[in-house]
Design a protein around this ligand. Sequence first.
Ligand SMILES: Nc1ncnc2c1ncn2[C@@H]1O[C@H](COP(=O)(O)OP(=O)(O)OP(=O)(O)O)[C@@H](O)[C@H]1O
Ligand SMILES: [Mg+2]
Length: 366
Amino acid sequence: MSIRRLRISQLRNIRQAELELGRVNLLSGPNGSGKTSVLEAVFVLGSGRSFRAARLDPVIHHDASQFTVFASLQGEGNDGAPIAIGVSRSRDGNFAGRIQGQAIRNSAELARRLPLQLINSDTFDLLVGGPKVRRQFLDWGVFHVEHGFHRTWLDVHRCLRQRNALLRHDRIPAVELEIWNSQLVESAAQLDEMRQHYFDAFHPIFLQTLRELLSLDGLELAYQRGWDRGRSLEAVLAEQIEKDRVRGFTQSGPHRADVRVRLRGINAAEVLSRGQQKLVGAAMKLAQGRLFSARQGRDCVFLVDDLPSELDRVHRRQLCQLLGGMRCQVLLSCVDASELSGCWDGLAANEMKLFHVEHGALSAAK
Ligand SMILES: Nc1ncnc2c1ncn2[C@@H]1O[C@H](COP(=O)(O)OP(=O)(O)OP(=O)(O)O)[C@@H](O)[C@H]1O
Ligand SMILES: [Mg+2]
């Protein structure tokens, strides 16, 4: 899967832009020119949200009433015909997405059609951030490879909402609590099994990818399901009911799952340098892309914002080599293309496209 043509209108400082993309696309230009905005546009197209704003209002050009992003995706339709996918968001809050002219029901449809992996300054959060970031990371993979994940995830969160509402009653109705407990236990077991299954496939690919990026012996990931390993969730919920009641929410369950990153048993965030953190995070994303391709027989699109930052020449090159060596499409940004010169050997000239970005205008560079 790759984006053949991309059209952006009234998004951040980009008034109008139309790009014919190649396999590896390098966007360069000065600070504030609009490089990240191009990646953001693709991200909105594949997820319905921005990676740097909680809401989509700030993403609309400040003089405009709505933004639109449109792409034609290569080889997605029957007999390999391109697929049209588009989104728009207006100031009145209306978000609309269309795939082949048909209105979408939810943004999961966008994600299925245009699976993305983002490597940017937030990638550090995979190590230094809270469990939520790593849980979302894990769930991206499970969503794409385990059939039924989305449904089960929704079930778990519906049970949790209901159970948490009951916990805030003065007197908890025992029968109702019992019902939601048992539904939660059942959906949680399914979710845990899917996550564990995915993680078991992911971990060796991650370790291999990491070895290709940097030498860092003793780094490992461990999946934690969100409640004690040796005990049933049923028993944990029963034991913690008083604490849950006092706090007004369920403290153990799959909503507390995590993927711990440890170097010889110590939290990796406490020992790794910034550059090492970025590379470990990038290895996690690359490994997820590799597993996705192996399972789905199609590829996700990689968005890499400000690739050179924090990385020395050797590791910039390693990362570019890995990205260049995958089949997947890559859009990456840097201030000056020369920062990545000499990083792409092995990549055929026709596989790479350079774009210059200046004041929100994009042009194909020579
Ligand atoms: N809603 C908006 N309307 C118009 N312009 C905006 C809006 N939001 C942000 N901008 C401007 O758009 C530009 C795009 O910024 P962007 O982050 O894409 O730049 P960049 O090329 O990635 O820069 P850097 O190299 O500093 O990361 C900035 O100059 C910013 O001030
Ligand atoms: Mg930027």
